[in-house]
Design a protein around this ligand. Structure first.
Ligand SMILES: *Cc1c(COP(=O)(O)O)cnc(C)c1O
Length: 361
């Protein structure tokens, strides 16, 4: 008997994707981005597959502390840094690198006198206007950090792109130029590239690259799938058919009766819904794989179930296995049918979905 909703996370695919990243950026070290529970794949299990990476990045302290408590001794960077002295002290107890993006953080660092020196990734805002110092402030901030007695003088410099996934948007080249120009008189290592930039913007490949989505085998570009970029999907989401029946012309299916059947139809009910992280916005026609064959979603996505039109699959029966995305059905495609990006689908997998890991090619 097949199981209700579960996901398979293929660690061999993570390793394959890491190799691919190294091939795209052969002269760079890899800061593997495993924030948000490793994009929904499970923090510790992905960290396990990435043991030989140069460093790992998470957004928040709690994620890094989980890694340390599980005995991961790799270099870890906190992308959002800290907001006060107490938080910095805690981060330093766990030997974590911090991103420094605001003058408030610089003030905290100037007062800090802990036992170890703080390793800083100094973030420049080259146009995204989210986190980071303006280029005009770089010199002053850098000097203040160098003068702080408990800051490691090997300060790294980084920036983040707003539009690297749009390959004909000139913003990225402008950000790259602003960054290179701003840092040319400084000595530290630098880091610019996220996944999209690793593939599309060679001038952004410096000492460190910061891949996230491509580690999970997913394309950062709207018009290409991960498999077309040589990546292997890491997560596949599965469930099973729990009901199969005939419905009659005029029958309205699901909440609000938005889909009305025109001819006698074989209707299947699959045990997956937005309570598992399947997108409620998935439109009628979104492909679903049953026994490896595509059928269209019909009606609205409910919390625990979706309905599919099985007319083209007369042999399907209760208990048959269903793939919502993964091998043979790209999560990129489901994102498109749901007017979202694959990032939100992967991150959105909920607690009740059991995640099984496998190591297979
Ligand atoms: C999330 C994140 C990344 C990774 O982005 P992808 O598009 O998933 O490759 C890199 N750098 C920073 C600062 C991030 O926040």
């Amino acid at each position: 008997m097949t199981q209700a909703a579960y996901a398979i996370v293929n660690l061999s695919a993570v390793k394959h994707n890491l190799e691919k990243i190294r091939a795209y950026a052969p002269n760079s070290k890899v800061l593997a981005v495993i924030k948000a529970n490793a994009y929904g794949h499970g923090l510790l299990r992905i960290a396990e597959a990435l043991m030989d990476v140069d460093a790992m990045a998470v957004a928040r302290a709690a994620e890094a502390i989980r890694l340390r408590k599980a005995a991961y001794s790799n270099r870890i960077v906190i992308l959002e840094g800290f907001v006060c002295e107490q938080e910095l002290i805690e981060l330093m107890q766990y030997d974590l690198d911090v991103v420094v993006h605001s003058i408030d953080q610089v003030e905290v660092l100037e007062k800090y006198t802990g036992p170890k020196k703080v390793t800083v990734w100094l973030k420049l805002d080259t146009g995204m206007n989210r986190l980071g110092f303006k280029v005009a402030d770089l010199n002053t901030v850098y000097q203040r950090l160098l003068n702080a007695s408990h800051v490691n003088p090997a300060i790294l410099l980084m920036t983040h792109f707003s539009s690297a996934d749009e390959v004909s948007n000139h913003t990225t080249q402008q950000q790259i130029n602003i960054f290179h120009d701003a840092v040319k008189t400084f000595f530290g290592e630098t880091s610019l590239a996220n996944s999209a930039a690793i593939i599309a913007w060679p001038d952004s490949l410096t000492d460190w690259v910061r891949p996230g989505i491509m580690l999970y085998g997913v394309s950062p570009f709207a018009d290409r799938k991960g498999t077309q970029l040589g990546l292997e999907p890491v997560m596949s989401l599965h469930s099973r058919l729990i009901s199969v029946k005939m419905i009659e012309p005029g029958d309205a299916v699901g909440y609000a009766g938005t889909w009305v059947c025109k001819t006698q139809t074989k209707l299947g009910v699959v045990a997956i819904g937005y309570g598992d992280g399947y997108p409620r916005a998935a439109k009628v026609g979104t492909p679903v794989l049953i026994n490896g064959r595509r059928v269209p979603l019909v009606g609205r996505v409910s919390m625990d179930m979706i309905t599919v039109d099985l007319s083209t699959q007369p042999d399907t029966k209760v208990g048959d296995s269903v793939t919502l995305w993964g091998d043979g059905l790209a999560v990129e495609e489901i994102a498109e049918y749901s007017d979202t990006i694959p990032y939100t689908l992967l991150c959105g997998i909920t607690q009740r979905v059991e995640i099984k890991k496998v190591n297979s090619d």
